[in-house]
Design a protein around this ligand. Sequence first.
Ligand code: AMP
Length: 306
Amino acid sequence: MTLLILGTIGLDTIETPFGKKQDILGGSAVHAAVSASFYTDTAIVGVAGSDFSQEHMDFLKSRKINTSGISIMPGETFRWSGYYEYDMNQAHTRDTKLNVYGKFEPKIPADLLNSEYLFLANLDPELQLKILDQTRPKFAALDTMNFWIDTKREFLHEAIKRVDFVLMNEGEIRQFMETPNLPLAASRLLKLGAKNVIVKKGEHGALLFTPNSHFSAPSYPQDVLRDPTGAGDSFAGGFMGYLAKTGDLSEANIRRAIVIGSVMASFNVEDFSLDRMKRLKFKEVLDRFSEFRRFSEFEALSAVLS
Ligand code: AMP
């Protein structure tokens, strides 16, 4: 099944306690698509400027990502600059330059209009709505961030009502729902019209809230952590890619997909940009999935207590 991803194609300037890199490949659509490409046919809708190098395009194609929905416009590529301190769950934005995204009118290529899976990665919710108007997916999910919560709250509400899953990190959902309590924030978001909510908690795992159930995905003892940028997007790419590949939307499979998302994010943070994903072998993914299972297994209470 084809997974269509709308989001940014970007060049990031990032500082972490482990180094500083300028204008490296990033963007929400890029991180999500590369992660999803380990599972299913993946296509990007987005825009890059004339300064976007052919080397980056070739890398996307080498992952068999369909790039026919990427327009190249005169002007500069989207740029995000940020830094992290020792709490790497918290990204601090220094600067966001929408550049070519300021004039972007997203249009899905005709042969991708019937894509059954749609991921609206972090981007202007007005553009997310324009994609929802063009397509009727079987399953759609959306991600966002504080930048859009602050500037486009009403459009974001509208988009949230029209997708099956909303993914946010813990800081974002707290800010959006104006409460420090995550279960309360999730239930407020469900009341606002979200059908299901996933709260990403970085190295501390992820939480699933549906109208009638709750699941807590395990945390992973991450010992290699150089750059958390793209963790949320690679989580979403793994989650969506796995669901598109299996076509099974049962809750048991959604839970597996959340762990797959966590596995992909755990690799992405091991190096800057997409560098770890470039070296990643599928065998490593399978091994880490097994580790995730092992870390969260425990047995029923001893019969002595019953
Ligand atoms: P995350 O997975 O949340 O760490 O997302 C990181 C990626 O999001 C970076 O590679 C940035 O290029 C991109 N990004 C940063 N700010 C924005 C924004 N306001 N809208 C869309 N994408 C963004």
